[in-house]
Design a protein around this ligand. Sequence first.
Ligand code: CP
Ligand code: NVA
Length: 319
Amino acid sequence: MTGVAAAQGPLVRHFTDLAAAGGEAIAAMLVDALDRKAERRGWPKGRPDADAPLDRHVLGMVFEKSSTRTRVSFDIAMRQLGGSAIILDAGTSQLGRGESVADTARVLSRMADAIMVRTDDHAKIEEMAHHADVPVINGLTDRSHPCQIVADLLTIIEHGKALPGLDVAWLGDGNNVLHSILEAAGLLRFNVRVGTPSGFAPDAEFVDRARRAGSQVMLTQDAAAAASGADVVVTDTWVSMGQDHAARKLAAMEPYRVDAALMGRAKPDAIFLHCLPAHVGEEVSEEVFEGPQSVVFDEAENRIHAQKSILRWCFGQIA
Ligand code: CP
Ligand code: NVA
């Protein structure tokens, strides 16, 4: 897969997945995000950056699933870059009444300078990118959540940890967020220790690609083994949007709750990440979520700074 598609007209940079951008571009986005965040520290959140690099550009955002962080962070990101955003919900747009993805992509390409999509089936993002002649950004699909992981990497670096050789432990469901962590691991050479119950491992494609790229990926059903010695401990909801609350799944996840005992297996200076929304008492105990190793609200804030650099990459402002 390539991030440069030539469906119609000139080359367009789509951020359909981390691999679409590549490791060097992700690294450049992280540097850009850190710099820009430092430059505007203490400013009102809606004030544009001094250089307003996306002056009067418009982002169209399509949501076929719920969102708080992705929706607000992209809107604020566009304001800080000097532009603005428009939100389309499935329930109130023609997409929700059956208008095709192809036609939606072509119409939004004429009205907006970029499109962000949160949807269920990843194929819809690929289809949108194929038919759009402005950048298309993946705001979460059932398969991946690449924007989240740019914010996560930013948070890890801000907390003093270098990515190459880092040991990241994932506990719980082998879901879309884990897929993007595995993709990032291959691109930026860190290691992932995955603790999931039987039947809930990540897609083998993501594991294989990370390993082929030189990342060490441990797959285990032993939660303590996954957490042991980790620099970063990550979890997410046990039931993602669109999945049913099967009692069997919830029961299988119980040993993977990140509690103080599991967190204690990680390095003493390990940090805890969660993309949010959290279900405290399920995938993470209150003690860990509210504890000193939890950096989940730094992570949430960093969604803004990550989105800005993703947008700037899409517009060719980052190599
Ligand atoms: N982490 C995340 O994507 O949050 P939202 O679902 O609120 O956008
Ligand atoms: N895995 C979760 C992430 C939410 C931001 C979901 O897809 O619902």
